[in-house]
Design a protein around this ligand. Structure first.
Ligand SMILES: [Zn+2]
Length: 93
């Protein structure tokens, strides 16, 4: 009589969250997620400006003529004015 030893099956490999991958592709490479997907919803929700008050983080480059920033909460682009940081495109000329 021959005995066979059963080895436990290897656990399935960990897979990264595809929604997170799609959002990172959007952030880093500019690839728009498929319309109607969970990733598109995640990106769209960030654009709604869920901040009560924006928290600008300055991102001005060395040779940039005007100071720029993005909001640490919602990622909105902001520019500096004499009155303080405002959402880009809404500043008065
Ligand atoms: Zn914000």
């Amino acid at each position: 009589m021959k005995w066979f030893r059963r080895y436990p099956a290897a656990p399935p490999a960990e897979r990264s969250n595809p929604v997170r991958i799609a959002v990172l592709e959007h952030d880093l490479l500019g690839i728009e997620p498929a319309p109607g997907s969970a990733a598109a919803l995640a990106v769209a929700l960030r654009r709604t400006g869920t901040c009560v008050e924006h928290r600008p983080v300055e991102t001005t480059e060395l040779r940039s003529p005007c100071p720029t920033a993005i909001c640490a909460g919602c990622g909105t682009n902001m520019t500096d004015t004499p009155d303080g940081w405002v959402v880009a495109g809404t500043e008065e000329p």
